[in-house]
Design a protein around this ligand. Sequence first.
Ligand SMILES: [Zn+2]
Length: 96
Amino acid sequence: MSQIDLFGTATTPPSDDDPLMGQQVRMPERCQCGSVIARIGPGTATHRASVRCSSCNRHRAWLSKKTAAWLEAVAQKFGAPEVITLRTKNSTDSRG
Ligand SMILES: [Zn+2]
């Protein structure tokens, strides 16, 4: 009878360790379904994260690393509000 596994059963951390995942944001423009609330999801190799409509799941926008860093800062500063309002001051780089 071996009981050497006392220290070997570490609980696996949640996979969604990204604080931005699931964060709700208020978009500056309405979705085609009329909702302004979107939800942050996984990104790609070139985009930090995606933003999808929380109502119809339509793709709304991509999050740049800069915007994502700002969102993380806001979440830390204000204790992760339920909905963070997104502002697009400079939308010059919004090509497809
Ligand atoms: Zn929508």
